[in-house]
Structures are given as structure tokens and as C-alpha cells.
Design a protein around this ligand. Structure first.
Ligand code: ADP
Length: 194
């Protein structure tokens, strides 16, 4: 099982990714969580990333590529994974394509297009997202940052929907329903593909 979870901030990617990862006993790899841990630990990477995150901007691609490459090479990523929050830009997706085929379990030396990858897009309308994020209350969940994150998502991440649709790897799920309903639908559309 190799899954990418896409969708705007507040779509419920993290919640659903964690649930399914527990169920399928594969790692849930969240670049947002990794970055937040680096910020808390005040590592050099965390120091670099903090200002971008607080402003609702994307952290530069190069930093994310290093993080993901290192994480994907760890032994627990061999059997599959759910990647949450990456790729978030077209250059990240292109990089990931080349990486996928080099990492253990990546499927060997062929193009990312041939790997057993599925990209899930959780779709939720903007007004619902803003309400959800404001009630979540994370450090970067103030109204100004939320607006910027949504804008960055539309500009830089949404094009990935077409990228994966073109490759017939896209799975679209309506995220504007109860958590349980979304989980059930994800299980239904994704099972049988592990
Ligand atoms: P959200 O729940 O709002 O989607 P995440 O927890 O996934 O947020 O990420 C929080 C912040 O971490 C982002 O706003 C961004 O600054 C940074 N970040 C996470 N993943 C990436 C990525 N792939 N590329 C660039 N920045 C990222």
C-alpha cells in the first residue's frame, strides 16, 4: 500500500491517514508532524522551517526532499506507507517519482508512473475548512495564516490533482461528511489494492 493523502488544510488528511495506517499497520508519514517536531526540538532544520510555517507559507522544496528521502529509507517504510502533506508542489511530486523507484519497496528501476501508488484527494469546501481549522487551534491556525494556507494550497498544491489524474492514480473522496463515513469510504475504495 503506497498512498499519498492530498487535500486542503483542515480536510482531515491527518486524522484519516492515522486511522488507516493503524488499521493496515503501515507508517503514517506526515511532513507537517515531522517539521513541527523539528521546530520543537530546535534542530537547524526546525529553525529554518519555523518562519515559513508560522506565516502559512510552504517550507522550501529542498528541505522537504531531504526529510522525505531520509524517512522513506527507514526499514518500516518497506511494506508501504501513507504519506500526508507531501508532495505539495509539482517539483516535490517530480522528485518523489524518482525517489520512489530507488527506495526499498519502491518497485525497482522504473518510472513513478508504474509504481503501485494511489493519490487520495479529500475534498472539502472552503467555509467548512475555515471553521474546522479555527476550532482546532494549532499554533498556525489563526485566521490570517489559515487564509494564506488555503491560497497557497489552491496555487501550488491543487495542480497535483491533475498530475495524478492524468496518471490514473487519483482517488477522489468527499471529505465533507462525518469522520466515520469518510473512513468507511476510504476503506472501501482503497482495499483490494494493498
Ligand atoms: P495542514 O494540516 O494545514 O495541511 P500540515 O500539518 O500538513 O498542515 O503542515 C503544516 C505546515 O508545514 C505547512 O503550512 C507548511 O508550512 C509546512 N509543510 C508541511 N509539508 C510541507 C511540504 N510538503 N512542502 C512545504 N511545506 C510543508
Amino acid at each position: 500500500m503506497q498512498l499519498i493523502f492530498m487535500g486542503p488544510p483542515g480536510a482531515g488528511k491527518g486524522t484519516q491517514a492515522q486511522l488507516l495506517a493503524d488499521l493496515w499497520k503501515i507508517p503514517h508519514i506526515s511532513t507537517g508532524d515531522i517539521l513541527r517536531a523539528c521546530v520543537v526540538a530546535k534542530t537547524p532544520l526546525g529553525e529554518k522551517a519555523k518562519a515559513y510555517m508560522d506565516a502559512g507559507e510552504l517550507v522550501p522544496d529542498g528541505l522537504l526532499m531531504d526529510i522525505v528521502q531520509e524517512r522513506m529509507n527507514q526499514p518500516d517504510a518497506k511494506a508501504g506507507w501513507i504519506l500526508d502533506g507531501f508532495p505539495r508542489t509539482v517539483p516535490q511530486a517530480a522528485f518523489f517519482d524518482t525517489l520512489l523507484c530507488d527506495v526499498p519497496g519502491g518497485g525497482g528501476p522504473k518510472s513513478g508512473k508504474d509504481c503501485a501508488l494511489r493519490a487520495v484527494n479529500l475534498d472539502v469546501p472552503d467555509n467548512v475548512l475555515v471553521t474546522r481549522l479555527l476550532s482546532r487551534g494549532r499554533q498556525d491556525d489563526n485566521e490570517q495564516t489559515i487564509r494564506r494556507r488555503l491560497q497557497v494550497y489552491r496555487e501550488q498544491t491543487e495542480p497535483l490533482i491533475e498530475f495524478y489524474r492524468d496518471r490514473e492514480q487519483l482517488v477522489e473522496v468527499d471529505g465533507d461528511r462525518s469522520m466515520q463515513e469518510v473512513t468507511a469510504q476510504l476503506q472501501q475504495v482503497l482495499s483490494g489494492n494493498s
